[in-house]
Design a protein around this ligand. Structure first.
Ligand code: NAD
Length: 474
């Protein structure tokens, strides 16, 4: 009899695990309460990229003269059409996933699963039936959802989440974004391009204050936001909000998360907005999963604890993806790799997850992308390092494209010449980051990059030119 695996959650982690297991001959049941594809496909990565493509098209239309294109262009964002395009794209991709499930013989149940023990999941289906999925092992891939702030209660109209922002059928005149992290920054550029006046409120002292984002990238981000007219209120939080007929009054106050508050952020101030988007982080989706009764251990914040084989505290129950929390890196491509590891282990293999080389990309304008240690992290580890950088504007291709903002920064171990980190800002760096990611996973040196012929004229040449500076130093 083949191995029977129950996967709870149909996001990138869950469906990858299900596909992998089914391809290897397992009998797979996939339980999904909402839409196949999870947050990534339905409310995250893909829909925001569809919005960004519309925003970029609009930005290009505003620069036609610069490219020698004559004539008037009165392009503006048509929100219902932009939302409809986004829906078409996600429908196509979701249809593809559903077809793959059916081709691989995966049994999909639309409902909410509750773990009883490693061999049994009870499901309340979306149409009210109670079913049981029995098997040999379970993979929990239920993901994360929005963290709410007590001072800002979401009404989905005036005070909204990023899911709501992806359904807006009008362009808010003034948008206040609480949280200058990944979601906040991506939406700031998109809605600024669509025509909103945008202000970001960030509790910490820099934009994109994530450990994986190098301080130099945060500086570029702040500069580019200013150039585009996006206002940033750093070291502040939203203290309270008052709804009115045509918007929200938000009182900002000094942040409790920062010790040294600059004088400009010390006094309370009120900002009026038509819409407030709250993007202050995520919490695990584990309510009703029965984790405690089943003995599946979580940390203090409720994220599921696993070992390097994605095993929870209960034998034959695995967990992957966002539900593991920030200590394991909450990114779709990490969930995919964890899905492959968990599925392999359910099938009796011995697969280990490594978080040593994880690229990340932020789809702002310009884009930001990173892999490996930031300069600050490498210094904290006491490494003897050299940091080198070149500017995006030095590239012929960047000049031809009219995309000048950005940089290439490499963090290299001075003793061994090994590449420790790469931090890129500029057009298409979300694609270019694949090169230093491969270099790092193959333990390449900075000089290996400098010895590799890069096609000309391309943006990837920036890595070559930056790595070549290492030769001047040796
Ligand atoms: P985040 O952690 O990136 O950013 C939240 C920000 O809110 C932080 O900068 C934090 O300092 C700030 N903050 C927290 N409380 C605050 C308060 N009271 N007042 C003001 N600021 C406050 O979280 P996010 O932007 O919500 O993103 C959620 C998840 O989605 C992340 O795990 C992220 O990796 C993922 N995501 C990834 C991508 C991508 O890879 N391109 C895009 C979008 C989202």
């Amino acid at each position: 009899m083949s191995t029977r695996i129950t996967v709870i959650g149909g996001g990138p982690g869950g469906y990858t695990a299900a596909f992998e297991a089914a391809r290897a001959g397992a009998e797979v049941t996939l339980i999904e309460a909402a839409r196949m594809g999870g947050a990534c496909l339905n409310w995250g990565c893909i829909p925001t990229k569809a919005f960004k493509a519309s925003a970029d098209a609009l930005e290009t239309s505003r620069r036609l003269k610069e490219f020698g294109i004559a004539g008037e262009c009165e392009a503006k964002a048509d929100m219902p059409a932009i939302v409809a395009r986004k829906e078409r794209i996600t429908d196509i991709l979701r249809g593809g996933l559903e077809k793959t499930c059916s081709r691989l013989g995966i049994n999909i149940i639309h409902g909410r699963g509750k773990v009883i023990n490693a061999g049994l999941v009870r499901v309340r289906t979306n149409d009210g039936q109670d079913l049981e999925a029995a098997g040999d092992s379970i993979i929990i891939a239920t993901g994360s959802t929005h963290l709410y702030l007590p001072s800002l209660s979401i009404d989905h109209k005036r005070i909204i989440t990023s899911d709501d922002a992806l359904q807006l059928d009008y362009i808010p005149k003034r948008m206040l974004i609480v949280g200058g992290g990944v979601i906040g920054s991506e939406f700031a550029f998109i809605f600024r391009s669509f025509g909103s006046e945008v202000t970001i409120v960030e509790g910490l002292d820099r934009i994109l204050p994530l450990p994986s984002v190098d301080a130099d990238l945060s500086k570029i981000m702040l500069r580019e936001m200013k150039k585009k007219g996006i206002k940033c209120e750093l070291c502040q939080t939203a203290v309270r909000a008052e709804l009115s007929s045509n918007g929200v009054s938000i009182v900002l106050g000094p942040s409790p998360f920062v010790e040294k508050i600059p004088s400009s952020a010390q006094k309370e101030k009120t900002i009026e907005a038509e819409v407030v988007l709250v993007a202050v982080g995520r919490v695990p989706v584990t309510k009703g999963l029965g984790l405690e009764a089943a003995g599946v251990g979580t940390d203090q914040k409720g994220w599921i604890k696993v070992d390097e084989r994605c095993r929870t505290s209960v034998p034959d129950i695995y967990a992957i993806g966002d539900v593991l929390g920030p200590s394991k890196i909450m990114l779709a491509h990490v969930a995919v790799m964890e899905g492959l590891v968990a599925a392999g282990n359910c099938l009796g293999m011995d697969k280990v997850m490594s978080y040593d080389v994880v690229p990340s990309a932020i789809f702002t304008s310009p884009e930001m992308a990173s892999v490996g240690l930031t300069e600050a992290q490498a210094r904290q580890q006491g490494l003897n390092l050299v940091c080198i950088q070149t500017q995006f504007r030095e590239l012929g291709k960047a000049q031809a494209m009219g995309e000048l903002a950005g940089l290439f920064k490499l963090v290299v171990d001075k003793d061994t010449d090994r590449l420790l980190g790469a931090h890129l800002a500029g057009a298409h760096v979300s694609d270019i980051i694949a090169e230093p990611t491969l270099a790092m996973s193959m333990r390449a040196t900075g000089k290996d990059i400098a010895k590799t012929i890069h096609a000309h004229p391309t943006l990837a040449e920036g890595l070559f030119e930056t790595a070549r500076l290492l030769e001047d130093l040796s």
